[in-house]
Design a protein around this ligand. Structure first.
Ligand SMILES: N[C@@H](CCC(=O)N[C@@H](CS)C(=O)NCC(=O)O)C(=O)O
Length: 204
């Protein structure tokens, strides 16, 4: 059975959220972020980042690729827009954007806040990431001028990708929430209210 190495609130949420949306079978191995990883995990992902997925011979450790694999292997699903869909390229772009441009840079804020010495917690990188986030969230707001979701009026993998990033940024301690436009906060509520998201939050 498809196995996800999962730490609650980490990017493994994306994989489990999608599996719950699709009703596909899976099992999890619980991890704690920041704690030592088991040897079989390190063998497959020396970067030590979560998630890791193992499905037979297929081993993947990028959350967006894991979602694409799940949709392709356990679909078809309307959550993945096919190549000939008019919104396909917008869908693909926002799927990548959610991690590469939106959530990825937030790792610098998390590491600095929780791991930097006190005299290094306020630095150029923190300011640069915050300023960058303020611009990048504008892309999400612009998409919502065009439709209810990131690739039109239907919920797709791109919303799991971007929704995870917005939800992470909205955690009060990161001091980014004030940069998120009201329309994006309403969008966030729409996506996290989904029953599959709620079931995902119960997975430990
Ligand atoms: N691009 C990767 C990023 C993975 C990532 O940064 N995961 C975080 C948890 S959400 C992590 O493992 N952080 C610990 C670390 O970087 O050492 C993905 O989307 O899967």
């Amino acid at each position: 059975m498809l196995k996800i190495y999962h730490a609650p609130r980490s990017r493994s949420n994306r994989a489990i959220w999608l599996l719950e949306e699709m009703g596909a079978p899976y099992e999890t191995v619980s991890l704690v972020l920041g704690a030592p990883k088991p040897p079989e995990f390190l063998k497959h992902n020396p970067a030590e980042t979560v998630p890791l997925m193992i499905d037979g011979d297929v081993v993947l450790f990028e959350s967006i690729t894991i979602m694409e694999y799940i949709a392709a292997t356990y679909g078809p699903t309307p959550l993945a827009l096919p190549d000939d869909h008019p919104n396909h390229w917008q869908y693909r772009q926002m799927l990548v954007f959610g991690e590469a441009t939106l959530a990825g840079p937030l790792n610098a804020i998390i590491a600095t806040m929780f791991r930097a010495p006190d005299d290094q917690k306020k630095n150029f990188t923190m300011d640069a990431v915050r300023t960058g986030f303020g611009k990048r969230i504008g892309v999400v707001a612009q998409r919502l001028d065009e439709g209810r979701y990131m690739a039109g009026d239907t919920f797709t993998l791109a919303d799991i990708s971007v929704g995870y990033g917005v939800n992470l940024a909205a955690i009060d301690v990161f001091e980014l929430k004030h940069l998120i436009p009201e329309t994006v906060l309403e969008y966030l509520k729409r996506v996290v209210d989904r029953p599959a998201y709620q079931r995902m939050t119960q997975v430990t």
